[in-house]
Structure formats: structure tokens, C-alpha cells
Design a binder for this molecule. Structure first.
Ligand SMILES: [Zn+2]
Length: 259
């Protein structure tokens, strides 16, 4: 282990152990959730279509300021994608407005951008996006401490399964990146989660042939969803899990045609 990754592990341990806001998963597992960050259009056009084919839904962590833009992940979401995904019962969650790291701005500026992102989603889509994901997966103690107010949950990219006790301020998640050669590892994670009766949250970005380093191919995504469905796990959105536990808010109010 390099010094750098050793320090990373220490840092993750400290961040994982402080300012926790816990809730019991109880006997609700095993559960798998599929989530997308930012989010590129292909997360919905390709990823969403795959989920729907299996009769399940995903969680989309949208940074509203990225709407109608393009970057290395491809075209980012547009208003019509939001309208469509809410209609189909996917979850719209938040991811700051400007897609900023809590390590690069003051605590007050970060909190302000988190709130601005939620506000923008509420105003444009009428959706309460109380579940949040930290941009770049960056977490600080200050962000973790202050975000416990107002948000139902904050998802990290700290790897691991959630449960038997989950930290609402730091949900753990595992990436789904690359092509079909990653399916074996994905299947092992799903099986391990099944045996532990815990909650596994996957996250990715673009879903397309030749994905960015932060995305996956449709084949890997479909393989992962198929494996999760076949394993006997329940496939739920983050909001559905937290509503069952009694900490989330039921449903998302949808105000169509408000763009
Ligand atoms: Zn992001």
C-alpha cells in the first residue's frame, strides 16, 4: 500500500466514524440500488431504459448547473429528460448546483450551493430532492457535519455495503465502471451483499459504448441489473429504501410543464 492510499484509508476511517446519523436497515435487505451522478443523458436514455426493461428504477443525482452542457461524459441531461424520468418513477436526487467539491470552497459556500441545487430542482421540476451525493466523492468533516440538516441522506463513494446500521450522512457506494470484463467483480459484490442481507448502492455516470473512465457500457450495466434481479435482491431507489426505514419522504411531487 502506498503512503498516499494509506493516508486515504485513515482519512476515510475518520470521516466514516464521526458525525454519523444512523438508522437501522433492519431485516429489509438484501437490497441493490442503481444510481447515476451529474448526470449525462445516456444515464437515462440507455441506463434508464435497461432498468425499465427489468421493471425497476434508478436514482439520478443531478447537478442542475450542468443541464444542457457537454463534457467528457457526453451531453448532460436536459429538461425533457427530467420530466420523462419522473413520469416513469425514477428518483431525482441532488448533487449541488455547480458540481463543486466541498474540499475546494468554504463550508458556507458549499452549503449554499447544495441548497441552490435543491432549490433549482424544486422550482423547475417540483421535486423534493432530499437525497444528495457529494460531487467527486469528496467529503470533509465540516461538510458531513453541516449537511445533516435538511437532507435525508448524503451518498459518498466510500466503498462498502450499507447495514446493518447505515450512516445517512455517508451512504457507501461502489462504482460500476468499464465494460463486460467488470461483470465478474460486480456479480461477486451482488452475491456478497445478498449473503450479508445489506444494501449495495452502485453509481456510474455515462452509459454508452466507449464510455468515459467514469462510465460503463450498456452491456456491463445490463449484466449488473440482470444479475441483481436474478439474485433475489430487491432493487429499489435510494428514496424507496429510506422511506421504508422511516427517514425519507414518500413520493416526489411532480409539477409538469414548469420548465
Ligand atoms: Zn458528479
Amino acid at each position: 500500500m502506498s503512503v498516499r492510499s494509506g493516508l486515504g484509508a485513515v482519512r476515510r476511517r475518520v470521516l466514516g466514524s464521526l458525525y454519523r446519523r444512523t438508522a437501522p436497515l433492519g431485516d429489509r435487505g438484501p437490497i441493490v440500488s442503481f444510481s447515476f451522478d451529474d448526470f449525462p443523458r445516456t444515464a437515462y436514455s440507455a441506463g434508464g431504459a435497461i432498468l425499465e426493461k427489468f421493471g425497476v428504477r434508478g436514482t439520478y443525482y443531478a447537478a442542475w448547473g450542468l443541464r444542457n452542457t457537454s463534457n467528457e461524459l457526453g451531453d448532460q441531461f436536459r429538461s425533457e429528460d427530467i420530466e420523462s424520468l419522473l413520469e416513469k418513477g425514477h428518483e431525482l436526487a441532488s448533487h449541488t448546483f455547480s458540481h463543486i467539491s466541498c474540499r475546494s470552497v468554504s463550508g458556507a459556500a458549499f452549503r449554499g450551493d447544495v441548497e441552490k441545487g435543491r432549490q433549482a430542482i424544486a422550482e423547475a421540476a417540483g421535486a423534493d430532492s432530499a437525497n444528495f451525493a457529494y460531487p467527486f466523492g469528496d467529503v470533509t468533516l465540516q461538510a458531513k457535519r453541516t449537511l445533516r440538516r435538511g437532507l435525508t441522506s448524503a451518498r459518498s463513494i466510500f466503498p462498502g455495503f450499507n447495514g446493518p446500521e447505515i450512516d445517512l450522512n455517508l451512504l457507501r457506494a461502489i462504482n460500476l465502471y468499464g465494460g463486460l470484463d467488470g461483470l465478474k467483480r460486480t456479480g461477486e459484490l451482488i452475491r456478497e451483499n445478498f449473503e450479508q442481507k445489506s444494501w449495495l448502492i452502485f453509481y456510474t455516470h455515462d452509459v454508452r459504448e466507449n464510455p468515459s473512465p467514469y462510465g460503463c457500457t450498456p452491456a456491463l450495466f445490463e449484466g449488473a441489473v440482470s444479475c441483481a434481479v436474478g439474485s433475489g435482491c430487491r432493487i429499489l431507489t435510494v428514496r424507496e429504501v429510506l422511506t421504508e426505514i422511516g427517514v425519507g419522504r414518500e413520493g416526489q411531487t411532480i409539477k409538469m410543464g414548469a420548465y
